[in-house]
Design a protein around this ligand. Structure first.
Ligand SMILES: [Ca+2]
Ligand SMILES: [Ca+2]
Ligand SMILES: [Ca+2]
Length: 124
């Protein structure tokens, strides 16, 4: 019985986190209706957005691991600041945030966030 309850709680927790992981509200921790770079980076870290894509666990993302069809090879190479054909955590975080911050406000608004989500960035 205890085991069953624990399992059920784990399931509930897992499903609520999976749901939360796709919401703008979760990322917007200070509730100002904008996601700052710091909030974005915390979100990426808290929900293992980067590490889940890093399937061979070398702490780098290659183009295949990035695996988002909306980006092309030019996007990838322009984000790869040191040109080693891998994106580090920092390279990706900075580039992806800038990519979706279409009005260069330094924040992602709800529409910009939804575009990133629609592109599959937060779907694991
Ligand atoms: Ca915010
Ligand atoms: Ca990797
Ligand atoms: Ca690189």
């Amino acid at each position: 019985m205890i085991k069953h309850t624990t399992f059920f709680t784990t399931l509930l927790l897992a499903s609520s986190m999976a749901f939360a992981a796709n919401t703008f509200e979760t990322a917007d921790t200070n509730r100002d209706s904008m996601v700052s770079a710091a909030e974005y980076q915390r979100y990426v870290f808290d929900y293992d957005v980067y590490t889940k894509r890093d399937t061979n666990n070398d702490s780098l993302l290659n183009e295949e691991e990035l695996g988002i069809s909306v980006f092309d090879a030019d996007d990838f190479s322009s984000w790869d600041a040191d040109g080693d054909t891998y994106l580090t955590y920092d390279e990706l975080n900075i580039s992806l945030f800038d990519y979706y911050d279409e009005d260069d406000s330094g924040y992602l608004d709800n529409d910009e966030w939804n575009k990133a989500s629609d592109d599959g960035w937060f779907d694991m």
